[in-house]
Ligand binder design. Structure first.
Ligand code: SF4
Length: 496
């Protein structure tokens, strides 16, 4: 979809207009000042303080028009702040005409950011009364009360489980990336390499990882910085052998400060085909009891279609095995919108989940972009349309509520049709603290290992700096030392 935009002579509008249009149409492009779009939106802005905005959307082919008006008082004196407010005014009329034209209601309004709950936390921290905060969010972003209520419930859950959430800046969490999996899934965008026949590469990766853990652990001890949570992700951290896992966790206990006091250690055991009795013994030995076993779907054909070489029975069997071995905080991931899946298959997945009742259930939505890539193989896959995806999201919401789960974190996907969200549900009290701290960006996360992204948050200013380790094991193996030193240099600046 190409949209011609007239009346705005600032290129900075291009991005927000494109992001909002992407909530309605697939892969929109904005033609600033041009005439080639199949839709044309003409904006008129008048006034400096009392700004009046008008947008007229014209369907080029038929000439049919839709009109929206909005007025707002802008008091900001800084150019940047003034432009931000102006952008908000433009977004209001733009959303309205797109809504009129498509008939689609955007429950998140003009908000395209991926962490909406952060906005509510900010208000809460500033002491803004709940009702006022909700009203402001609804007015500023045109979001519905349904969404502000959801955010409120999530905020309350998060503060119940982490009462000192706003004071965690002086601590850090650690993410450890292990980039291997038994096979690579079709939809995967993570750093994940099929492990078969790569033992040499795995071994040299692990020695690089050990080096990083030792160096970061030393730094933490020297500076007296505590660790809030540790998360082993990837890839599939249980794709390595039981012996390699044992060595890794032993090292963690040796080099990280006060491991007994770490609030939570999670290991993703995403692929059930990697879980063995020996590996569960290792997890138990090192007191790791939060794991993730990810079915994604309980329909065998779907697993085959997405390249997950394990059976549905294997997921269920490994879940029971983990339970028998004392794993008492198990997360399971489901994905809405996998190829070939609609409400019927999703209901089946929920029915199967009911038999297991994991402590948490994370419901992801497969992006439409990806789904549209899959539609290139239309004869092979049926891909759910937007309204069916919404129905499935509603099913997940109702099912979790009926079964005693509560939503405790959410994030939205950027640039994706349908304004979708991913929601983490759990039994009250079983929230993953790591998921909360990473989503709400309340503290530094040090990423160690392959593809691990670090997010450095200045404890004083809150300024965020990103830093990514190499994604492929070969580059990682060659340069882990250099990357470790760079991270330590950043940490030294932040924690003086
Ligand atoms: S198991 Fe997860 S990380 Fe591994 S290939 Fe599949 S989606 Fe990617």
């Amino acid at each position: 979809m190409l949209i011609s935009v007239k009346g705005l002579d600032d290129e900075r509008y291009e991005r927000p207009l494109r992001l909002i249009a992407n909530l309605f149409f697939e892969e929109t492009e904005i033609d600033m000042g041009g005439d080639d779009g199949s839709l044309e939106v003409v904006f008129t802005l008048t006034g400096e303080t009392d700004v009046k905005a008008k947008a007229v959307l014209t369907i080029k082919e038929s000439g049919e028009q839709f009109v929206a008006h909005y007025e707002k008082r802008i008091t900001a004196d800084q150019e940047k702040e003034y432009f931000k407010s102006l952008k908000n005014v433009v977004s209001h009329v733009y959303l309205h005409v797109l809504h009129e034209y498509t008939g689609i209601v955007q429950k998140w309004g003009i908000l395209t950011g991926i962490r909406p709950t952060k906005l509510l936390h900010r208000q809460n921290q500033a002491g803004v009364p709940t009702e006022v905060a909700h009203r402001q969010l609804q007015e500023n972003y045109l979001m519905t009360a349904e969404k502000t209520d959801l955010m409120q419930r999530i905020l309350e859950r998060q503060l119940a489980i982490v009462p000192d959430l706003y004071d965690l800046k002086k601590e850090v969490s650690i993410y450890i990336g292990i980039p291997f999996c038994p096979t690579k899934c079709a939809y995967c965008t993570f750093p994940a390499f099929a492990i078969q026949g790569k033992q040499e590469r795995v071994s040299s990766f692990l020695s690089g990882l050990h080096f990083e853990m030792e160096a970061i652990g030393r730094w933490l001890k020297e500076k007296g910085v505590r660790i809030t949570t540790v998360y082993y992700g990837g890839g599939t951290p249980t794709a390595i052998t039981a012996e390699e896992m044992d060595e890794l966790y032993e090292l963690m206990y040796q080099v990280f400060p006060d491991v007994e006091k770490i609030r939570e250690i999670t290991v993703e055991a995403g692929r059930p085909d990697t879980i063995t009795q020996a590996k569960l013994d290792v997890l138990k030995k090192w007191k790791i009891d939060r794991i993730s076993i990810n079915p994604q779907s309980y329909t065998q054909e779907t697993l085959k279609a997405i390249g997950r070489h394990h059976t549905v029975e294997e997921t269920i069997d490994k879940y029971h095995l983990a339970r028998e071995n004392g794993m008492n905080n198990i997360n399971m991931d489901l994905i809405i919108g996998l190829p070939g899946e609609g409400c019927e298959e999703f209901k089946h997945s929920l029915d199967e989940t009911e038999k297991l009742m994991p402590e948490s259930l994370t419901v992801h939505t497969l992006s439409f972009k990806r789904a549209s890539e899959m539609t290139q193989n239309k004869e092979k896959y049926k891909v759910a349309d937007r309204s069916e995806v919404e129905q499935m999201m509603g099913m997940a919401e109702r099912w979790t509520k009926d079964h005693g789960y509560v939503p405790y974190y959410l994030y939205r996907q950027k640039n994706i049709l349908g304004n979708l969200e991913n929601v983490g549900y759990c039994m009250p009290g079983q929230e993953s603290i790591y998921n909360i701290v990473i989503m709400e960006e309340v503290q530094t996360i040090i990423g160690i290992g392959c593809g691990a992204a670090s997010k450095f948050i200045d404890p004083n200013t809150g300024k965020i700096e990103h830093f990514a380790n190499p994604k492929d094991p070969k580059t990682y193996n060659e340069r882990f030392e250099e990357y470790t030193n760079k991270k330590i240099a950043i940490l030294n600046e932040l924690f003086k």
